[in-house]
Each structure stands twice: as structure tokens, then as C-alpha cells.
Design a protein around this ligand. Sequence first.
Ligand SMILES: NC(=O)C1=CN([C@@H]2O[C@H](COP(=O)(O)OP(=O)(O)OC[C@H]3O[C@@H](n4cnc5c(N)ncnc54)[C@H](OP(=O)(O)O)[C@@H]3O)[C@@H](O)[C@H]2O)C=CC1
Ligand SMILES: O=C(O)C1=N[C@H](C(=O)O)C[C@H](O)C1
Length: 263
Amino acid sequence: MKTTIAINGAGGRMGQRLVALANEDASLKVVAALDAPGSPALGRDAGEVAGVGRIGVPITSELPLEPRPACVIDFSAPAGTMAVLPVCVARRIPLVVSTTGHTDAQKAEIEAAAHETAILFAPNMSLVVNLLFKLVRLTAEALNGKGFDAEIIERHHRFKKDSPSGTAMHFAEVIREVQGGRFVHGREGIVGERQADEIGVHAVRAGDNVGEHTIVFSTLGETLELVHKGHSRDSYARGALLAAAFLATKTAGRYSMADVLGL
Ligand SMILES: NC(=O)C1=CN([C@@H]2O[C@H](COP(=O)(O)OP(=O)(O)OC[C@H]3O[C@@H](n4cnc5c(N)ncnc54)[C@H](OP(=O)(O)O)[C@@H]3O)[C@@H](O)[C@H]2O)C=CC1
Ligand SMILES: O=C(O)C1=N[C@H](C(=O)O)C[C@H](O)C1
């Protein structure tokens, strides 16, 4: 029995990889592909847009009633998430939210939807990055109160619309949960000496970098850096497809990539 999926943002960089990789997976079937109202991708075959040939699924701006997907995967934009969320809630369709850049109010709405359907909301679908979240928590605990400065540097492609990355902010939130402190986004001018409670967050936008995160723990005399470097968007896409297969069988509730990946 194939897991049927719908992809929100199917015309985008990630959406295209999801269509392509799902097309190669005998356990999955793409039954719907969505994109923004007014998108030039509307009406085109999702497989053709993804470069894998026709799959018989046209890209539409709304989720058709039939065939009902077992799970929706969202790699769109905040507005895209908020457009598909009520549809998934009303129809009790599990939803994997991979999009980043939401407001706090939008995040709260996404979390509330878990009362009605299965929700997995994660800024990064990569196995290695989700392992790195645990390693950063372990490091922050081990070095807490020992005089280490924590800074996060993220690098992404020139096309990324939100900043800093959702992944970088999750690293920062993990560190703050453990050590307390306050986020400092970049530094400019005579800002004075670095205060011990600062958690620096810095975003580089250049070239076609698919995602690189460096978490720095530095003190007088030595530095520890924990680094993830993405080579392809496929690490995120494969994680998202695993998440969809996991979520498709779940009842209402809030699930995580740690649940999916057994971390
Ligand atoms: N969790 C994870 O592991 C990862 C998360 N991401 C996140 O996924 C998102 C997408 O990234 P990426 O694929 O590079 O971005 P793209 O801009 O390439 O793709 C986004 C797609 O969503 C479409 N879109 C925009 N608004 C809507 C809407 N209202 N309804 C439906 N579709 C819409 C866009 O259409 P149009 O171009 O016409 O606006 C575009 O086709 C970003 O937030 C990014 O941070 C990315 C990689 C990994
Ligand atoms: O926009 C991207 O490309 C990515 N965005 C996500 C984020 O904002 O954390 C995940 C990954 O870093 C790639």
C-alpha cells in the first residue's frame, strides 16, 4: 500500500526535489501538487516541472478533495503554510510543515492545529542536523557557566527570503533553554565588549549554498565548533518524505523529527 502525499510549494526548489525523490520511491505516490495562486507553475504537470517527466499530477492552487492524500508536505512560504493549514485541519489530513520564517502568531496557529490533526513542524528535516540539535544541547549543558561564548553562523544561497534560518534560530533557542541569555542578531557600530549572556546569530547569503550551520562555543584559549554543511537539498527532502510516511498513520498530535528518525 503506497503512502499518498500532496506537496505544497511543488514548483519551488524543495518541492521539485520532493516530487523527483517521491517518484523514485515505490512506497510513495504524489497525488496532489500545490503552488501559489498566480504561480507560473499552475496547470503544469508536477513531474515535468521537477524534470522527471509527466506523473499525471497538475499543479493547482488548492488541494482537490479527491484523491485524499495521507499526508501533506509543506515547503512553501509562510503564507503558503497558512493557506493549507486550515484545509488539513478541516479534512483531518496530517501535515508536515517544513517552511520557515513564520511569525510567532502563525507558529502558535500551527501548533494549535495539532489538536485536530497530526502535525510535524521542523525547521530542518536532515538526519544530521537533527542529531546536531542534540549535540548542541549536550555541549551547552556541559559548558554552561564555564565562560564560553556561544555564536551561530549560518550560510545560505542568495535566493533565501527569510533570515536568519529557522535552523539557526532553533540552535539559538536550544542554547538559551540551557544557558539563558539573549539573541544578538549581527553587530554594527561601537557596540562595546561582548556580554556573557549574548547568543550571537549571523546570516551569510551568498551563491548557491544549500545550508551550512556553524555553532561556536569559544572561551579564552580555545574554541569548539560544531558544523553541518549541506551538499544537496535531497537530505532535507528525504527527511521530509520519511516524516510524511511516519505522520500518515498518526492521530492528532504534535510530532517531531526525533520521533521520525529515532533520535
Ligand atoms: N525544513 C527543512 O528541512 C527545509 C526548509 N526549507 C524551507 O522551505 C521553504 C521553501 O524553500 P525553497 O523551496 O528553497 O523556496 P522556493 O521559493 O524555491 O519554493 C517555495 C515555493 O512555494 C511557493 N509558494 C509561495 N507562496 C505560496 C502559497 N501561498 N501557497 C502555495 N505555494 C506557495 C512558491 O511559489 P512562488 O515562487 O510563485 O512564490 C515556490 O514555488 C523555505 O521557507 C525554506 O526555509 C528549505 C529547505 C529545507
Ligand atoms: O532556505 C533554505 O534553503 C533552507 N532553509 C531552512 C532553514 O531556514 O533553516 C533549512 C535549511 O537550512 C535550508
